[in-house]
Design a protein around this ligand. Structure first.
Ligand code: SF4
Length: 198
């Protein structure tokens, strides 16, 4: 099996695991009187920095290749615009180099938050967002599957200032995938911005 095939093979079970983890958590939240506030058409979180493993980048590329030509071109031209906006904000290199998991590093969380804030300030929607809905919903990556809120959806436009109550899903399948990819590639446990890669 090639290295790419080994990476791609990680994804289907990870998607199932991500969905199961969310379903388990939502049942627990329901018992505590908390309901999921996320609804179709509310796409604030599709403006966030979505960080994925290299395995999911490869998977999403295959998904994009299988789209209709018109859909594929729409996604790719949006991604090019996002990349250009990030370039102008001097953010591209920081995202490409800064999204590495560094367990035990007390600065990791602050670094990730800073990058996420700067990305959100670009005010760009995910290239897969069409009319307020995910155009690759069945294939959306694990961070999208594992994100949800039980606080008012109107708060999500600014998760750094508002008191957003996220569904506390554990384990984060994305992070486990990042480590599994690092074992296969021999490279650092790196995440990549989903919006740059289709
Ligand atoms: S992949 Fe879909 S769910 Fe995830 S950020 Fe993009 S549009 Fe939203």
């Amino acid at each position: 099996m090639s290295r790419e095939e080994r990476l791609l093979a990680l994804v289907p079970p990870a998607l199932v695991e991500a969905d199961r983890a969310v379903a388990r958590r939502l049942l627990q939240d329901r018992d505590r009187g908390l309901a999921l506030a996320c609804r179709k058409g509310c796409a604030a979180c599709c403006h966030y920095l979505v960080r994925v493993s290299i395995a999911e980048v490869l998977h999403i590329r295959r998904v994009v290749e299988a789209l209709s030509e018109e859909h594929r071109e729409r996604v790719r031209s949006r991604a090019a615009v996002i990349r250009s906006e990030a370039d102008q904000a001097d953010l591209t290199a920081d995202l490409e180099g800064g999204l590495i998991l560094t367990p035990g590093d007390p600065g990791q969380e602050a670094r990730m938050e800073s990058l996420s804030r700067r990305y959100l300030a670009l005010d760009v929607a995910c290239p897969f967002l069409d009319d307020g809905a995910c155009s690759i919903y069945e294939d959306r990556p694990t961070p999208c599957r594992q994100h949800g809120v039980t606080s008012g959806a109107d708060l999500c436009v600014d998760p750094f200032s508002n008191n957003v109550r996220a569904v506390a899903v554990w384990p984060l399948v994305r992070d486990r995938l990042v480590w599994e990819c690092a074992q296969i590639t021999g490279e650092p446990p790196r995440m990549l911005p989903l919006a740059f890669r289709p």
